[in-house]
Design a binder for this molecule. Structure first.
Ligand code: SF4
Ligand SMILES: [Fe+2]
Length: 291
């Protein structure tokens, strides 16, 4: 839990606050954009949540914060319980955002996909009994897809618990050398019906995206939605190779998708032709900062 003695002075007065242990991962700003804002090197509360939906979102942010930097002076136990029970959060169809982001992956978002040939975990949340029980109820985890070396989180522990196969690219495999399935080269790999692994080097040498059911694209830190430019953006900070990054983005034009579901940055849904148009605009030169 956050420490009141470390409360940042940039917070507006009131119940919710951010302390100086914040690692500026953006998770709270994604979950509760009406309350949290980036302020220099940290997040802070710029407006106290008002009303039920905003308070609920602020508690979700508090729970998802990977380092426990968000505090409340007077906790509302019922709201906290409701927010806890909201995770994993159904996004669409059989796709969930797990919440409980892990400090080990710098607060990256992780996802769960239910699939008739075995369920998928995309990157890894903190190891939580609540999540373990949820995955169990949904039929376990067959594959753990690691988008890149930064977002391993507690994948080894989930893999052991569920006997899941961890998938990572050879170029990033130093981060998980005992992974059960190592992907080589640049060609897309049809993993199971409806799911394709797409190597997208650039942010790291071994970054990969996952294309699911012709609708969802899990992008790791390769590409995300940027709320400021209201468009897609590519990683420009911590980029292994800029030219390769752009070539990888161009490769994604071959795929049709409505959803962009990143590790860091905002997720977005648009009709697939609009998403294609956004990708085209991005490739024509628009880019922004990304982790
Ligand atoms: S979720 Fe936590 S660590 Fe991440 S930006 Fe918000 S307060 Fe900081
Ligand atoms: Fe990364």
């Amino acid at each position: 839990m956050a420490d009141r003695s470390k409360r940042l002075s940039t917070n507006i007065d009131g119940n919710f606050f951010v302390d100086s242990t914040c690692i500026n991962c953006d998770t709270c700003r994604q979950l509760a954009p009406g309350s949290f804002i980036e302020n220099g090197e940290f997040s802070s509360v710029f407006r106290q949540p008002e009303g039920e939906p905003e308070r609920y979102q602020a508690y979700q942010a508090l729970l998802a914060c990977p380092v426990g930097s968000i505090g409340v002076i007077v906790p509302d136990k019922a709201q906290m319980r409701a927010a806890t029970e909201s995770f994993p959060l159904l996004i669409d169809g059989e796709v969930y955002y797990n919440g409980f982001n892990s400090e080990k992956s710098y607060g990256a978002n992780s996802y769960f996909v239910r699939h008739p040939d075995g369920n998928w975990l995309i990157d890894s949340p903190r190891y939580m009994k609540r999540l373990e029980d949820f995955f169990e109820r949904m039929g376990g985890i067959t594959y753990i897809f690691l988008t890149h070396e930064d977002d391993i989180g507690d994948a080894p522990r989930y893999a052991r618990r569920f006997g899941a196969k961890r998938i990572i690219h050879r170029a990033d495999a130093d981060a998980q050398p005992d992974a059960e399935w190592i992907i080589d080269g640049l060609d897309p790999v049809a993993a199971v019906p409806g799911i394709t692994i797409v190597p997208v080097p650039g942010h790291t040498d071994g970054s990969m995206a996952l294309h699911v059911a012709g609708r969802y694209l899990f992008t790791g830190d390769h590409m995300s939605w940027d709320r400021e430019i209201n468009g897609l953006r590519l990683a420009t900070v911590y980029v292994w190779d800029e030219e390769t990054l752009r070539r990888s983005a161009a490769k994604l034009s071959e795929f049709s998708f409505e959803w962009v579901l990143p590790g860091h940055g905002d997720r977005m849904q648009l009709p697939s032709d609009r998403m294609k148009e956004e990708l085209r605009r991005l490739l024509q030169g628009r880019s922004g900062a990304c982790l």
